[in-house]
Design a protein around this ligand. Structure first.
Ligand code: FES
Ligand SMILES: [Fe+2]
Length: 356
């Protein structure tokens, strides 16, 4: 199970191919990583009024998050009777009633009604409380962490909120979302996100927009930031997708360990969540936010979103091809570009740290 890893990128080899192929590693990752880190699970706009709730899944655990006055509360979505679900989908309820035998919990997670339990010895409903999970928010985003001992969200995202303040990210509103099911291990998708090295070959269209010579990847403890200045627009150019604007001439891409991203450019915030379905299948969900939600058929918005679909299709094609080759009998590990793949090396060093 353990694997060797060199923290010096100039000497390191990439992680072994079996980490992408063997379902044993996904089980390990779910327990050691996904069950111990902050996961992006929803939007604050879904949880405005008391009783509004959402459900989500983290590391194969179902959870429910509910608004109770000023606070958001999070619980395992598991009834303490015989493990039925206490909430489904999303909506608004003043209590959570189990769908199996009707045990009912208030928003503080306390069991308030358990029908036909009168003959049961030493049974006091007040002793039963839904098992909690941690909840946090930043701007429009809601996060949960199964691990009650995990450090707060700020420990992982550090100065990202401060760095995003100039884009107004905290005030942005949800516009739309889209999902892709991709035939690759979740780490193949994350690896690919973490470098601009492939832009010239995989994304010819994007390559025309970004000044890749000045593409920077800046790893921090639990996140990395990628900056790419936009290329200046030649006078009368008609083929540009991104038009640099005053004070908004950069694209910022943040990846936060282990599996979510924030992409900020052109007045948009886009979140990506990378969810393993199994060891070779991944669900990627994009949510778009904007300071002022665009009018229907806004041509500027459509141009930028269509372009992100084009880039995503290019990334999916290469990720699926890589996954097929990682299953080969002859390939195991490669080497990193010390100047271009520091973000990938950083991710792999965190995997090594948390898995071994
Ligand atoms: S499992 Fe919830 S009431 Fe029986
Ligand atoms: Fe890409």
């Amino acid at each position: 199970m353990p694997f060797s890893f060199d923290l010096d990128i100039t000497r390191a080899s990439t992680i072994p191919a079996r980490l992408y192929n063997d379902p044993v590693y996904l089980d390990l990752e779910l327990g050691q990583i996904f069950a111990r880190t902050w996961q992006l699970v929803g939007r604050t706009a879904q949880l405005v009024e008391t009783g509004a709730y959402i459900t989500a899944e983290i590391a194969n655990e179902s959870i429910v998050i509910v608004r109770d006055g000023e606070v958001l509360r999070g619980y395992h979505n598991i009834c303490l009777h015989r493990a039925g679900p206490v909430a489904q989908g999303c909506g608004k309820r003043q209590t959570m009633q189990c769908r199996y035998h009707g045990w009912t919990y208030n928003l503080r997670g306390e069991l308030v009604r358990a029908p036909e339990m009168e003959g049961t010895a030493h049974f006091t409903p007040g002793d039963f409380k839904l098992l909690p999970v941690q909840v946090a928010t930043w701007g429009p985003l809601v996060f949960a962490n199964l691990d009650l001992k995990a450090p707060p969200l700020e420990h992982f995202i550090e100065d990202i909120p401060a760095a995003c303040a100039r884009f107004g990210a905290e005030r942005m509103q949800f516009v739309m979302s889209r999902e892709w099911r991709i035939d690759c291990n979740w780490k193949v998708y994350v690896d690919n996100y973490l470098e601009g090295y492939h832009v010239a070959v995989v994304h010819p269209g994007l390559h025309k927009e970004l000044d890749v010579d000045h593409y920077v990847v800046e790893p921090h403890r639990y996140y990395s930031r990628q900056f790419a200045p936009l290329r200046p627009v030649a006078p009368h150019a008609t083929d540009r997708k991104y038009i640099p604007r005053e004070g908004d001439d950069e694209a910022h891409y943040y990846w936060v360990y282990p599996n979510w991203m924030l992409n900020i450019y052109q007045g948009q915030l886009q979140t990506n969540v990378v969810l393993p379905i199994d060891h070779r299948t991944t669900l990627v969900r994009f949510d778009w936010y904007a300071l002022t939600p665009p009018a229907e058929h806004d041509p500027d918005w459509a141009r930028v979103v269509d372009f992100s679909f084009e880039i995503q299709d290019e990334d999916i094609a290469i990720c699926e091809a890589v996954q097929r080759n990682l299953r080969s009998r002859v390939y195991d590990r490669g080497r990193y570009s010390a100047t271009k793949e520091n973000g990938v090396h950083h991710f792999h060093s965190l995997l090594h740290e948390w898995l071994t």
